[in-house]
Design a protein around this ligand. Structure first.
Ligand code: SAH
Length: 252
């Protein structure tokens, strides 16, 4: 696979640096969730915080896809963060979810969701389920979501949480470097942990014309967020800017 074109993009600084708190992984569902593929925009105590997050952190930075903004307005992010971080659930930064991992900054979730350019009923693979928040945002867009998480406790907790909230997301514990062969090919793949190169199994599992949004770079430093589009055996690349994600670790 050859990278055919590099277009420089804007610099995005996403603070994904981790603080390592123990997780409180059983959130209470404080309102009624309707069945998947999405939940209704029912009011909850955080409705206003969520609206402000969407306007000031996301729209004002240039994310404009109406369906993405709507999903970010609906998905209850506070139910995906450990209870000790509830008051920061809608703040403009990532939060620890335990096991040295984080739930990404809301803006980065919105940006990556916009850049995979999905439409209803597309099949999407996420690598790095973490809290399940990004997967819920994707499910809210009525796409079919498959998500792989390497940390067994996180995979189990996210699976439970997503089910409890009514999101039909298939979660698997495993090494996402290898993708999820049985369900390939995918219309889009979104990777929320950073490898130091583009995993070839993911490229192989992408449909022709499909998008892969992935941070790539060295561990412990800034990475570049890329939007790749598969064109036959080539990848068209767009540089979306500098980001900081936790590393993609390999299974033993
Ligand atoms: N998308 C998540 C944030 C993920 S943080 C959310 O919305 O909350 C990155 C996640 O990638 C972590 O949970 C980490 O355990 C996971 N991860 C790291 N390497 C992985 C691998 N090889 N395969 C699958 N998941 C991996």
């Amino acid at each position: 696979m050859r990278i055919s074109r590099i277009v420089p993009g804007v610099l995005v600084i996403a603070l994904a640096a981790c603080g390592y708190a123990r997780p409180a992984l059983t959130p209470t569902v404080a309102y009624l969730a309707s069945p998947s593929p999405g939940i209704s925009p029912t009011a909850d105590p955080y409705t206003q915080s969520r609206k402000e997050m969407v306007v000031s952190q996301i729209q004002q930075r240039g994310v404009s896809a109406p369906d993405v903004l709507e999903a970010m307005n609906i998905v209850p992010r506070h139910l995906f963060v450990p209870t000790e971080y509830l008051s920061q659930a809608y703040a403009d930064h990532p939060l620890p979810i335990g096991y040295g991992q984080t739930i990404s900054q809301p803006y980065i979730v919105a940006l990556m969701t916009e850049k995979i350019q999905v439409k209803r009923d597309d099949k999407v693979l996420e690598i790095g389920t973490g809290s399940g928040y990004q997967a819920a945002v994707l499910a809210q867009l009525s796409v079919e979501v498959y998500s792989v998480e390497i940390v067994p406790e996180l995979a189990r907790a996210a699976d439970e949480r997503l089910k409890q909230l009514g999101y039909a997301v298939a979660v698997k514990q495993g090494d996402g470097y290898l993708g999820w062969e049985e369900h390939a090919p995918f219309d889009a793949i979104i990777v929320t942990a950073a490898p130091d190169h583009v995993p070839q199994p993911l490229v192989k599992q992408l449909k022709d014309g499909g998008r892969l949004v992935i941070p790539v770079g060295p561990q412990g430093g800034f990475q570049t967020l890329w939007q790749f589009t598969r064109q036959g055996n080539d990848l068209k690349a767009i540089d979306l800017g500098g980001v900081l994600f936790v590393p993609l670790v390999r299974g033993k």
